[in-house]
Design a protein around this ligand. Sequence first.
Ligand SMILES: *Cc1c(COP(=O)(O)O)cnc(C)c1O
Length: 458
Amino acid sequence: MTRKISRRRFLAEASAAGAGIAHGLPKTVAAAGAAVVPAAYVPNQKPALLGGQPVRKAPFPSWPRYGQLEEKALLDVLHSGKWFRGDGQNVNRFETAFAQATGSKYCVATANGTSALITSIAALGIGASDEVIIPPYTFIATINSVLLHYALPVFVDSDPETFQIDARKIEAAITERIAAIMPVHLGGSAADLDTILAVAAKHKLPVIEDACQAHMAEWKGRKLATYGATGCFSFQASKNLNSGEGGAILTQDEELAEKCFAFHNNCRGKKTDSYDFSYRGMRGANLRLTEFQAALLVAQMTRLEEQSRIRVQNAQYLTSMLSEIKGIAPARMYPGCTRNAYHLYMFRYQSPQFANLPRAKFLKALAAEGVPASAGYAPLNKEPFLKTTLTSRGYQKIYSKEQIARWEQRNQCPENDRLCQEAVWFTQNMLLGSRSDMEQIAEAIRKIHEHAAELARA
Ligand SMILES: *Cc1c(COP(=O)(O)O)cnc(C)c1O
């Protein structure tokens, strides 16, 4: 019998016994003194990176998931010959369905998540000479949406415990130039909305929720992206709801919904039937979703609730196991976050607890065990493109040298710098696996922990 088969049998027995696996031995089996001793489990087996057997060889669930429903939806659009939202009904249908699923009054579908953010900023009349508060720990699109409007992104440091913007530090960053607060619900967990909304209300600032990773996630039982002036989603291929590319804006404000619609439709409103190209005096762009994408999204939405439930279950199980490992700190959730979308499973890797094994090598060792993981974002507030943009001709005409110098001085996020060095992510599709997949992830990390010194030397 090979080690691999034995280990699999051990895991099967351990989970059959309802046992969480403790360090090395399954708790309940050991405690009960059961006859089925997992003799095959070899705690000191060699790490795969050093030539040992990997913990797992099977791939994690693939993404996206689709079937006949999606096939039919796409073919129906194809055969209808109506591929554009102006002709068809699928985009309207999706907007209605997504608004209903999130409990939102209005929904405007967009070409992608970046477009949803750009449209929100435009609809709120934010632009040149304005400043927008954003977290440094996010996807680059959050920053680009601000920069494309010639506004200044003002970074507020991260809360390393949660990976979210540290809402307690927002107020100190507010000046008279701040025109909006743009929190990101990173990884599908929630930023501290109570604190953010209170500060925003006090200073009469709109909140744009970047919920591009937070489909169906909730704060105090209500869906994220329904608290701010607008909330933005992405349906890009990696996201929990996917049409290759796609996006949406939620808002509870009818006028704002009309403005968003107009902006994404080359400044033509839903209610204008003539060629009125200056609806509400706005500029605009074409940021529309196609009928194909909308049809795909309506079909994919039938899977979303079940997939979200599985991710939560697996993530909670994984957290219960990883919390036992010294040097692994799973991202905490704020108490108000009543539902996490787990677009990412995030934790901090603390190398001192792993014999100073560098994170890059930890990730390599983990991949060798059959568990792919990512180091996540780099500190975006320090990216060279920012400096290039701020010293560009356009920016220099809008902002004085002193203003830019002050911006640079303020642009310090030490907690985030550390977070970027410690972060490790698993992608959402891994959480669609089985309980034993989660056990193997934990086992791989425990194995590396046990052999950390050896790996660090190698
Ligand atoms: C994906 C993402 C976006 C942008 O979405 P696209 O659809 O790729 O344009 C914006 N913000 C965050 C946090 C994201 O994860």
